[in-house]
Design a protein around this ligand. Sequence first.
Ligand code: CTP
Ligand code: CA
Length: 225
Amino acid sequence: LARGDLARDLAGRHVVVSAGGTREPLDPVRFLGNRSSGKQGYALARSAAARGARVTLVAANAALPDPAGVDVVPVGTAVQLREAVLKAAADADAVVMAAAVADFRPETYAAGKIKKKDGQEPAPLTLVRNPDILAELAGDRPRPAQVVVGFAAETDDVLANGRAKLARKGCDLLVVNEVGERKTFGSEENEAVVLGADGSETPVPYGPKEALADTVWDLVAARLP
Ligand code: CTP
Ligand code: CA
């Protein structure tokens, strides 16, 4: 393909990207959160838009500027992210879950600020499971040909963990990166292996998050009908 063709290979497609990290509120001033900056998801949104796609970016608490020409839907919690992603996914050709979704949320939300009292131990924090949005998307596709992509940050046997997770989630592609210094959280760079449900393995060398984004869209485009 000439570069000009490649540049517009997502024209006429609608893609949904989730980015950032969910925050699960405890009270009006506190939440349980994570270190996701949103940079990888935003890079995916910019790349898809540059390749001609209509892009819905479901953005959880990312302090980043809205990418030009992208429909940004801001959300806070995992439950809100699920609502927004499922709604946008209804007519989407591909969904990429780059967001770090909290696995658990506090069972109760205190409408007033939680106060400490002299001589009193803190009350234990009870957590409940959040819905698994990626597994739900992959298992119940509004369009059978929709391509569903997940992300996973792993330690230890990164590839074996990634393979098991890909099978468990039922998605088409899983971008697996090793958690470590310099890499992943807040960084401008990333290094990953993209695992395919078809058994494929695409290594992406250490480099800008834009390069990983482009590889993801290459692999998605190859799987679109
Ligand atoms: N994900 C999701 N909903 C959740 C948790 C995760 O959609 N409740 C998505 C993430 O957006 C990501 C993928 O699933 O694309 C993998 O997330 P990860 O946290 O690695 O998976 P978990 O199944 O939560 O596994 P772990 O116990 O290792 O955290
Ligand atoms: Ca998790």
